[in-house]
Design a protein around this ligand. Structure first.
Ligand code: ADP
Ligand code: MG
Length: 237
């Protein structure tokens, strides 16, 4: 499957048909590693949802994504798959440290997406950690956080590690994901998010997914998105 042209609409078009760049709706038609394909097959995932079908051909060739689709439309796999593939292609290993940060606005959502990442990514050798506030012992976490390849976190806990964990290092970050991006970009997280972003390398892939399309140019500049693909998937009317 060749990469689609920049800006090519891949999802369902306004008339309900699929764009000629849509290709098949099967995961098996995507250029994925066997490890990811096996993880998807174990989870009985075979057909892509609309947002997955619209975004994966772009995200898998390294483009920044701004994806909007309603709750329950399968946004988690739309970022988990490109994260796994990016690190796999880079031959990311235990010594390479943090290669991906996935941020979620709440502990519950972070916990849920962590489970999806573990299950679909189980044939890969990456280490992943769930860094959320609450009961978990932050000191024990500090010992391990530098050995993790993929961090799934809430903004507050991530910032706490950036501030307090000795030698916390993310200068090699390959992918940044904001799940429920509209909620993270909301004023409530403004200070945390700015402090986090200022410590991340600008040269990276950035994937933003939410239920509503983020339109604030200021927000996008803040995240240094590079010519992102805007993908909006709505229900058929
Ligand atoms: P969202 O983040 O958009 O609210 P989720 O990623 O949580 O949606 O997915 C919603 C549900 O759809 C989950 O139960 C998930 O397992 C299921 N799902 C996601 N992608 C697929 C797929 N390609 N095939 C079948 N089920 C899927
Ligand atoms: Mg979700």
């Amino acid at each position: 499957l060749p990469p689609p042209p920049k800006g090519a609409p891949i999802g369902r078009l306004p008339d309900g048909s699929f764009s000629p760049y849509a290709g098949s709706d099967k995961f098996s038609q995507l250029p994925l590693s066997k490890r990811t394909k096996d993880g998807l097959a174990d989870g009985k995932y075979s057909k892509m949802t609309d947002i997955q079908r619209a975004s994966l051909p772009h995200s898998l060739c390294g483009r920044d994504i701004l994806g909007a689709a309603k709750t329950g439309s399968g946004k988690t796999l739309a970022f988990v798959i490109p994260v796994l593939e990016k690190l796999y292609k880079a031959r990311w290993g235990p010594e390479d440290g943090v290669g991906c940060i996935i941020m979620s606005p709440t502990r519950e959502l972070a916990g849920q997406l962590f489970e999806v990442l573990k299950s679909v990514g189980k044939h890969h050798g990456f280490s992943a950690g769930l860094l959320i506030g609450g009961r978990k012992d932050v000191d024990a976490e500090k010992e391990r956080v530098n050995e993790l390849n993929i961090l799934v976190c809430t903004p507050g806990r991530l910032l706490q590690h950036m501030d307090e964990t000795p030698n916390f290092e993310c200068s090699q970050l390959q992918v940044l994901v904001l799940d429920e991006a509209d909620r993270i970009l909301d004023v409530g997280f403004k200070k945390e998010l700015n402090a986090i972003i200022s410590q991340l390398p600008k040269h990276r892939q950035t994937l933003l997914f939410s239920a509503t399309q983020t339109k604030s140019v200021q927000d996008l500049a803040r995240l240094s998105l590079k010519d992102p693909e805007y993908l909006s998937v709505h229900e058929e009317s």
